[in-house]
Write a protein that binds this ligand. Structure first.
Ligand code: NAP
Ligand code: NAG
Length: 325
């Protein structure tokens, strides 16, 4: 009787808390037509879709692209409200020019949203195949570029008591591959956590997007293959022998078979979370996006290491020398 009562109370409390959370989560701000958002890496993928989506909502979007073609194509697909500029996030002076441009656009209102989306995936592969520069090429863009952009835009963001949206990844929760990518995304998680704490007194809110696998250029198999071949070519013969001539094939098959199957083509799931972070009264701190992130990668990241090692090893190809006969 008593336990029945306790159980009812607990389930009522849980239901109440869940309903309250959903209502709080759904409160929206307004006045988007007066708000500016700056997004990096808008040539393709999430950034490109987000720029168009926010443009349709009435936001004043300033979209940074890496290539002239990317910028021209995006401008042609959006309203005249949307402005594009060219930015390579590893170029500090380029970021300074972007700040000048945005500063003229936003005037006294300041910048409402900064979306740090630009990123690269390769080189990715066995750690033993890498040189220090291979780590640096990824860290320079995904982590140091993101930090540089954020630091330089902070004064404009403070003016608007705005929002920072940083694109990390489930690779910032569990390191499943060698190379700079997972390192860079762990770094984005840590940088965003400290930024959130430090900027709270100034009214700036920081959200982290953690997508699972989505079909974009970054996971383009040919790109990964070309990169693996470039890493392979200069390896000493004994290392090549230890991995075996079919290792690259096996590695790519793993991408196709396990990760390819997890890959969602619906990248709007990611941009909806970015939009929530920019438009909700109470943006979330972390957005795990995609069922693979929510049900597999993020829960997995809480398991003890011996279990995650076992799971990753079961779908990563083994070097020839490490295979059981
Ligand atoms: N797709 C996924 O499964 C997934 C999962 C988790 C996280 N993410 C993250 O999501 C973000 C967007 O990636 P995406 O999947 O949309 O792939 P994407 O289509 O390749 O988009 C990445 C964008 O960043 C640009 N970029 C690359 N290097 C740059 C640099 N040095 N300066 C400025 N821009 C640069 C790319 O330009 P180019 O096209 O000209 O190279 C491209 O526009 C990345 O941070 C990525 O790590 C993706
Ligand atoms: C971005 O800049 C770095 C050096 O600042 C350069 O090595 C790289 O090639 C540039 N990327 C593109 C795509 O222009």
């Amino acid at each position: 009787m008593l336990s029945h009562l306790a159980l009812t109370c607990v389930s009522l409390l849980v239901t109440f808390a869940a309903v309250r959370w959903f209502i709080r989560d759904s409160y929206k701000l307004d006045g988007f037509s007066q708000k500016h958002v700056f997004i990096t890496g808008c040539d393709s993928g999430f950034g490109n879709l987000l720029a168009k989506q926010l443009d349709r909502k009435g936001f004043k979007v300033i979209a940074a692209c890496l290539s002239e073609k990317g910028a021209a194509d995006l401008a042609a697909a959006a309203s005249p409200r949307l402005k594009t500029l060219l930015l390579n996030v590893t170029d500090s002076a380029g970021i300074r020019s972007a700040v000048d441009f945005v500063s003229r656009e936003v005037g006294e209102r300041g910048l409402w949203g900064l979306v740090n989306n630009a990123g690269r995936g390769t080189p990715i592969g066995p750690t033993e195949w890498m040189q220090l520069e291979d780590f640096m090429t990824v860290l320079d863009v995904n982590l140091l570029g993101l930090i540089d952009v954020t630091l330089q835009f902070l004064p404009l963001l403070k003016k608007a008591r705005g929002r920072v949206v940083n694109v990390a990844s489930i690779a910032g929760r569990a390191a499943m591959a060698g190379g700079g990518y997972c390192l860079s995304k762990y770094g984005v998680e840590a940088f965003s956590d400290s930024l959130r704490l430090n900027m709270l007194p100034f009214g700036i809110k920081v959200s982290i997007i953690e997508p699972g696998y989505f079909k974009t250029n970054i996971l383009y198999n040919d790109l990964i293959e070309a990169n693996l071949k470039k890493l392979w070519a200069p390896l000493p013969q004994d290392v090549k022998d230890a991995y075996g001539a079919t290792y690259i094939e096996d590695f790519l098959r793993m991408f196709d078979n396990s990760l390819g199957k997890l890959c969602s083509p619906d990248i709007a799931k990611v941009t909806r979370c970015m939009e929530h972070a920019l438009t909700a009264r109470h943006p979330r701190t972390r957005y795990g996006v995609g069922w693979d992130a929510k049900l597999f990668w993020i829960p997995l990241s809480y398991l003890p290491s011996f279990m995650t090692d076992f799971i990753f090893n079961s779908f990563t190809p083994l070097p020839k020398a490490g295979r059981k006969p």
